[in-house]
Design a protein around this ligand. Structure first.
Ligand SMILES: [Zn+2]
Ligand SMILES: [Zn+2]
Length: 339
């Protein structure tokens, strides 16, 4: 069978692999239909992902059908059924797992990152990792996982319909935050430096947009909130200045959630942490409840999936598409590979 491999930094190619064995007890074999490239795949291609060794098969945003079923798999799963996959593992043993926060497992192995991923014709996965929906297309199914990351951040921020939520960054992850906060009926302010991305953010549920290159962020947020500042700030960019802006702009007793990994150390005026008594939280990966929330949101038809998928390519074009994304990251929200 064919697969995509990132063989070393800056090099991806189509390779030939032997297919996986029959699914073991508790596993199903999936025929991969649609896989999205994650930002982490781009980082791996660029040689900047410290968790990755090479060669690595990328991909963990999966729309698939069930090809065969091993022993001891519940009867709710059937041949040919459309499914998507939670690409994480957890050890059940570390402090995060013991607290029920499996998404933050210290020993997590994400498909396509610490272990090989789904850019291949067939993979075996434990049935516990499957989710399904009769009402979503395979394209939409492959969009669920990246959106769960944003939905989880919204949950970490305890967003309610009373909140003004500011989201820094309107890439695929930020759009998930916007959709998640909008599903909770918050006022959602999307911030980016690209007007096209801000227009897409509106269609994903942002009530307000700010182009931080052209507009005065502080002034607009101050006016919008009667001088108090937003209740929740969520960072999905990874720049020191947006990390800092979160604690500077948020209201007293507000919440700050970080999803982005800062690309450089951040200098903070730490007085804001104390003076405002902030809740500052990280957000990593997602829980099963986030998958169910995203599936329900996509089923509601309120998310513009077609517009978020910038382009779809065939397997043979997938290595070149990854290289092109690396050349022009700003122009692409999401690339899907169709098998
Ligand atoms: Zn991802
Ligand atoms: Zn663990």
């Amino acid at each position: 069978m064919k697969a995509i491999s990132i063989t070393k930094p800056q090099q991806a190619e189509v390779i030939e692999l032997s297919p996986p064995p029959d699914p073991a007890s508790g596993e199903v074999q999936l025929r991969i239909r649609q896989v999205g490239y994650c930002g982490s795949d781009l980082t791996s291609f660029r040689g900047l992902n410290p968790l990755v060794t090479y060669p690595r098969i990328p991909g963990h945003e999966i729309g698939a059908t069930i090809e065969s079923i091993g022993a001891n798999v519940p009867e709710d799963w059937s041949l040919g059924q459309k499914v998507l996959v939670s690409p994480y593992t957890h050890c059940n043993n570390c402090s995060a797992c013991r607290a029920g926060r499996y998404n933050a497992c210290k020993n997590n192995q994400t498909m396509g990152v610490q272990r090989d991923g789904a850019m291949t014709e067939f993979v075996n996965v434990p049935h516990e990792k499957l989710f399904s929906s009769d009402n979503l297309t395979l394209e939409e199914m492959a969009l669920v996982e990246p959106l769960t990351v944003g939905f989880h951040a919204v949950d970490r921020g305890e967003v309610t319909n009373d909140d003004v939520v500011v989201v820094f960054g309107c890439g695929a992850i930020g759009l998930g935050v916007i959709a998640g906060a909008s599903a909770r009926k918050a006022r959602v302010v999307a911030v980016d430096v690209d007007d096209n991305k801000l227009a897409l953010a509106k269609r994903c549920g942002a009530t307000d947009t700010i182009n931080s290159l052209e507009q005065d962020l502080h002034q607009i947020l101050t006016e919008m909130t009667d001088g108090e500042g937003p209740n929740v700030m969520i960072e999905a960019v990874g720049l020191p200045q947006t990390f800092r802006a979160c604690v500077e702009e948020v209201c007293f007793a507000g919440r700050v959630v970080y999803i982005g990994y800062a690309k450089a150390p951040v200098d903070y005026e730490t007085k804001y942490f104390v003076m405002k008594e902030l809740d500052i939280r990280g957000s990593r990966n997602a829980l099963p409840a986030d998958f169910n929330a995203v599936i329900a949101h996509l089923e509601s038809g309120k998310f513009p999936s077609d517009e978020v998928i910038t382009k779809t390519v065939a397997l043979d074009e997938a290595p070149a598409a990854l290289a092109a994304w690396s050349e022009n990251p700003g122009e692409i929200t999401k690339i899907h590979v169709q098998f």
